[in-house]
Design a protein around this ligand. Structure first.
Ligand SMILES: Nc1ncnc2c1ncn2[C@@H]1O[C@H](COP(=O)(O)OP(=O)(O)OP(=O)(O)O)[C@@H](O)[C@H]1O
Ligand SMILES: [Mg+2]
Length: 259
């Protein structure tokens, strides 16, 4: 579906990505983890064709993409960022806008918008101004907007990190259901290994712009759980409290050195 070969990216005299390869198969969900500044968001933007790599090759559905990605292909992708901005209009319009650009019939647009708002539990907010939503509601609308496009590949950059634990748990469940129903492939950046184990089959761990490990997400979680349990440091134990888990990247950074 999406294949990256030896991707490098230089910006402002700095080499941010130093030769990363990745193959995302059809219907597969892969995770991307690593400490702050590792290059996760940079890689995601390059794979989503929002930035052009300095070196390496990208293939989409077997086709080598050179230079800018053609708009027709670009429409097979959807991106959700942690702080994706909603347009200053209604919830309905926010989800509908991408479908209108694709010139879909009005009835189809209405059906898709309502289906996905319903699936993410925010159908009742249809007419509300999007800018008046809470963070959790806005993220649900963002996900509905992405799924409504019926993309082949979905890119999620820390989509839950600003959410409280119960909201996050519900949204994870909804997203897991949506992923099964839609058959979409996805690449998700997260610092939360439970999230990764729940939604993705394998995780790529990057540090300083280089892949340092690639392993099944369930194994990542169990290995980390074991390492945390064996450690006397109570902060690490608390990582498994729901609230503490959001700070995983800070707590876990000493362990990154071991990879
Ligand atoms: N356009 C740019 N110009 C110069 N430097 C950049 C640019 N974009 C990213 N960087 C740098 O590249 C490095 C990687 O950034 P990136 O946002 O990809 O990290 P990340 O792994 O997503 O981190 P986080 O966990 O904090 O989100 C950082 O040092 C950042 O300052
Ligand atoms: Mg980032």
């Amino acid at each position: 579906m999406l294949r990256a070969e030896n991707i490098t990216w230089e910006q402002g005299g700095k080499t941010i990505l130093k030769g990363i390869s990745l193959h995302l198969k059809q219907g597969e969900w892969a995770g991307l983890a690593g400490p702050n500044g590792a290059g996760k968001s940079s890689l995601l933007k390059i794979l989503a064709f929002l930035e052009q790599p300095t070196g390496g090759r990208l293939f989409f559905q077997g086709e080598l993409i050179e230079g800018r990605m053609p708009l027709a292909l670009r429409r097979h992708l959807a991106v959700v960022f942690q702080d994706s901005l909603l347009l200053n209009t209604s919830v309905y319009e926010n989800v509908a806008v991408g479908l209108k650009i694709r010139s879909l019939p009005k009835a189809v647009i209405k059906e898709r918008v309502e289906t996905w708002l319903e699936r993410f539990g925010v159908l009742q907010l249809l007419k509300q101004p999007a800018r008046s939503l809470s963070g959790g509601e806005a993220q649900r609308v963002n996900l509905a907007r992405a799924f409504a496009l019926e993309p082949d590949v979905l890119f999620l950059d820390e989509p839950f990190s600003a959410l409280d634990a119960p909201t996050k748990a519900h949204l994870l469940q909804d997203l897991a259901d949506a992923s099964k129903e839609s058959g979409v492939s996805a690449l998700m950046v997260s610092h939360d290994f439970r999230e990764l184990a729940r939604l993705t089959q394998r995780t790529l761990i990057i540090k300083d712009g280089t892949t340092i490990a690639e392993l099944p997400s369930a194994k990542l979680l169990s290995d980390y759980s074991r390492a945390a349990a064996a450690d006397k440091n109570t902060v690490r134990h608390n990582v498994f409290d729901i609230e503490g888990f959001q700070n995983l990247h800070e707590v876990f950074s000493p362990i990154w050195e071991e990879f």
